[in-house]
Write a protein that binds this ligand. Structure first.
Ligand code: 1GP
Length: 248
């Protein structure tokens, strides 16, 4: 089967992308299946499955199997080694660029690499950058979140990610963040990435709940938007947010 990243990049040429995040710590297989179906109806292009805590491989595998029934690609978004299962299509093979802990920079990746290979997962090299609030991902990953007031620092982290070979750059405010990644940080990142000839995806997520914000992030140059909490709390609004992001 054709690999997922080239398919996503091809799809991006036609439209911006939306990913729905499902956290296996919060949702068991039945709810996850239901949420994946809602996501597909709302126009999501893929499902991310992962979370910072409470993930165990047997439950994760059952959740991914259930999610697959919606027919969308499933991409793992692991917080640690326990976030891997062969049932998915791909994994965001992340380095947490602004972590202070070498474990999240390269330690866990060395542990994960042979497992990813054995599982036959497509690895999507991803620079993960935590901004502002940071949430559980920032706390667990021992990140030094980039202050909301410093969009230029976000942009140079994104540029470093591109120069280090990332094919996806994920600007993360943290799940449930009271404020998403600032529009200026996305715009500045996009500008530097374009200057550097970056051809991967610029992904933004965390705290996005309304169509105006989605539209502004799209206008600033985000290729893909991730929402998780929105679909949990207000599934009826998901379509509105996805459409606003894609039409902008
Ligand atoms: C978290 O970026 C994602 O990793 C989604 O965040 O739950 O706030 O939508 P929300």
């Amino acid at each position: 089967m054709e690999r997922l990243l080239p398919r996503l990049l091809e799809a991006r040429r036609k439209s911006r992308l939306h990913f729905t995040l499902i956290d296996p710590d919060k949702d068991g297989p039945d709810r996850a299946r239901e949420r994946a179906l809602i996501a597909r109806e709302a126009g999501s292009d893929a499902i991310l499955v992962g979370g910072s805590t409470g993930v165990s491989e047997p439950r994760l595998s059952r959740v991914v199997e259930a999610v697959r029934e919606a027919g969308l690609p499933v991409i793992l978004f692991p917080g640690n080694l326990n976030g891997l299962t062969p049932k998915a299509d791909a994994v965001l093979f992340m380095t947490l660029l602004n972590s202070d802990d070498p474990y999240y920079l390269s330690g866990v990746q060395v542990q994960a690499a042979p497992i990813v290979l054995r599982m036959g997962l497509e690895a999507i090299p991803t620079a993960y950058i935590i901004v502002g609030y940071g949430g559980a991902a920032g706390f667990i990953g021992r990140a030094r979140p980039i202050p909301y007031e410093h969009p230029e620092l976000v942009a140079i982290h994104a540029l470093a990610g591109a120069y280090m070979g990332a094919r996806a750059i994920y600007l993360e405010a943290g799940s449930g963040a009271p404020r998403p990644v600032p529009v200026e940080a996305v715009a500045l990142s996009r500008r530097l990435l374009s200057q550097a000839g970056y051809e991967g995806l610029l992904i933004v997520g965390g705290g996005v709940r309304d169509p105006q914000v989605a539209e502004a992030l799209a206008g600033a140059g985000a290729d893909a938007l991730v929402t998780g909490t929105l679909a949990e709390e207000e599934p009826g609004r998901l379509r509105e947010v996805v459409e606003a992001f894609k039409k902008a």
